[in-house]
Design a protein. Structure first.
Length: 245
């Protein structure tokens, strides 16, 4: 049994999915993004109540609350006492047009995974890299700059830069964790690049500066600075992708 939305998309009945509450929350997350963008609802607008969302999408209050909680974590929705949920920042409309990512909420969680893993990887790389590994990191950084300056998306070059940093961390478990998310890792870079179209000179400069800060901290064997630079880069990337600037 399915509940049908007005635009003919469907959400499976909760009872038919057993432990699928998290998946339903991901779908409701995406539906609320569509609502904010298609209404459209500007920043500061009030969203429907939890009860109204339950009725609109034929799901439980638990699922709605989980979706709204994730939207708050991602900086899109806020709540105020006595006023319910409101739009805090407009999402990037392009996120709804990108094919084959499954769920915007899932892609958000992938960026969280990258931030947790790659910040520590950068810190370890700073203290453990060999001269040869540092040379590979620096060469990979230059390759990203060359690709972006030539008008390419530089997806493979970007992947190789992050991989070179991971290899310099000398931790097989962290490297395996990143490798296990290999296709999704590439997709996250594709996702970020595709929303920007041809990158402006200003955007290229920002990406290069963020990468350069990571590389410089690794070169200086400053683990704390390397973690901070990686966190800054991934946070800015995530903001550029998911929120209007």
């Amino acid at each position: 049994m399915e509940s049908r939305l007005r635009d003919d998309r469907t959400i499976p009945d909760e009872s038919a999915r057993g432990a699928g509450a998290a998946t339903l929350a991901d779908q409701i997350y995406d539906e609320i993004l569509h609502l904010i963008l298609n209404k459209p609802l500007p920043e500061g607008s009030r969203l429907p109540t939890e009860a109204q969302f339950c009725q609109m999408y034929s799901v439980s209050r638990t699922v709605v609350r989980e979706a709204l909680s994730r939207l708050k974590i991602d900086g899109i929705v806020t709540s105020r006492q006595g006023q319910g949920s409101m739009v805090l920042r407009k999402p990037n409309a392009g996120v709804l047009d990108y094919p084959d990512i499954g769920s915007i909420a899932t892609m958000q969680r992938l960026f969280e995974f990258r931030q947790v893993i790659e910040c520590e990887v950068a810190g370890f790389a700073a203290t453990r890299h060999t001269p040869e590994q540092l040379a590979r990191i620096e060469a990979a950084h230059r390759a990203v700059d060359v690709a972006l300056a030539a008008g390419a998306h530089g997806i493979e070059e970007d992947r190789l830069l992050h991989l070179a940093i991971a290899e310099a961390a000398h931790n097989a478990f962290l490297l395996a964790a990143l490798a296990s998310a290999g296709p999704q890792f590439v997709k996250s870079i594709e996702f970020a690049r595709s929303l920007s179209g041809r990158l402006s000179p200003g955007r290229i400069a920002l990406v290069s500066q963020e990468h350069a800060a990571i590389v410089e901290a690794i070169r200086a064997r400053d683990a704390e600075a390397a973690r901070a630079a990686m966190a800054e880069h991934l946070t800015r990337t995530r903001t550029r992708v998911f929120l209007e600037e």
